[in-house]
Design a protein around this ligand. Structure first.
Ligand code: NCD
Ligand code: ZN
Length: 350
């Protein structure tokens, strides 16, 4: 990394948690990511989901066909774990290089998760095989029990599901995806290096007030749901202190405006377009620019035991505030971009 007050040259970042959907929407949203990232872990919650190595192979080729000629971008595919996933399918897909990880959605926890896991005990044999083969398990860490308050679902998941799983399979490499609470960051900090966590830009820059006060704002509705300010501060601490277990996963999750603004609006924030500029500004505001590269470019690659990127990305701080468009127009309709509600001066050097 080289830095002066107004310019920062870092290893090109990766996004360790990304939804790009498929077909026309995928074509429209992909450039927002490959403008600043070399690789991204692609979430498998399509409809139908990515269940097999063959599904992953054909999704990867659709993604690659959607990337402009000359652009270097590597999609890293994942399998969607169900009650019926076979260990052999996971091992074969991984060994053939078709996937880099397996995603566990508790059934009903979030968008397109109804095929997910209802009884974690039943998938322990698959998880044990993954542990032996050092295949990372990516977890959406929220319980789905309707009795549990939505703001407590992550903390309860840690107690009821994650802690017993860690005790049973201590060598399993786990990423707690999109952590949102101080319970999660302190749990990760107290565990071994086999447990990492991604953090999203939106959970770092806004709290639940932006969604619920002064009128309800569905564009800030995502899962796990935004939490109170004290949790945001814990996330900031985890992301900016240089700890290797925390890395960027944007969880950029585009939905058409019609699906967001509905009687049963979808969860998901579309933050890929300016994720890097927003993070640079946030780290700068906190006097933590020295730790930006670790969070966005190094810790994730190290956790996944993948080579760090050779390419660089240069950011500079302009005198003029960055103007972010509000909307991405696609052939299927409009998608609203994440608004960080703070002035951003950092930009990506072309
Ligand atoms: C994601 C989606 O829309 O696919 N939504 C979200 O709010 N984050 C699913 C997920 O990661 O929970
Ligand atoms: Zn997600």
């Amino acid at each position: 990394m080289t830095a002066n007050k107004n310019e920062l040259k870092i290893t090109k970042p990766d996004d360790w948690h990304l939804h790009i959907r498929d077909t026309e929407i995928m074509k429209a949203v992909l450039p927002a990511t490959y403008r600043w990232a070399s690789r991204a872990i692609i979430m498998p919650n399509l409809e139908p989901p990515i269940l097999t190595g063959a599904n992953a192979r054909s999704y990867a080729s659709r993604i690659k066909e959607s990337i402009e000629a000359g652009v270097e971008f590597e999609p890293l595919l994942t399998l969607y774990l169900t009650q019926d996933t076979l260990a052999d399918e996971v091992l074969a897909s991984y060994n053939q290089g078709l996937i880099k990880a397996v995603k566990l959605y508790p059934a009903g926890a979030t968008t397109n998760s109804h095929n997910g896991v209802t009884d974690i005990q039943k998938v322990y044999p698959v998880l044990a095989a993954m542990s032996d083969a050092a295949i990372p398990l990516l977890i959406h860490g929220e319980v789905t029990d309707p009795q549990i308050d939505i703001f407590d679902r992550e903390a309860v998941f840690i107690e009821q599901i994650l802690e017993p799983l860690r005790r049973e399979l201590p060598d399993l490499r786990i990423v707690m995806e999109h952590v949102t609470t101080k319970e999660a960051t302190s749990y990760v900090l107290n565990e071994s290096e086999n447990l990492g966590a991604t953090i999203t830009p939106h959970h770092l820059v806004v709290n639940r007030n932006v969604m619920l006060s002064g009128g309800i704002n569905p564009h800030y509705y995502c899962l796990p749901i935004l939490k109170r300010e004290s949790h945001r501060l814990a996330l900031i601490d985890a992301a900016t202190k240089g700890d290797k277990r925390f890395f960027l996963g944007t969880d950029s999750a585009p939905h058409l405006d019609g699906a967001k603004i509905d009687v049963c609006g979808c969860a998901g924030v579309f933050n890929a377009p300016f994720a890097m500029e927003i993070l640079a500004q946030l780290f700068d505001n906190l006097g933590a620019l020295d730790n930006l590269e670790g969070f966005v470019s190094l810790h994730g690659a190290d956790f996944y035991k993948l080579p760090r990127n050779k390419e660089k990305l240069t950011l500079f701080k302009s005198d003029i505030m960055l103007e972010m468009p509000k909307t991405l127009h696609t052939k299927q309709g409009n998608i609203t971009l994440f608004d960080p509600l703070m002035p951003v001066y950092w930009q990506i050097m072309k």
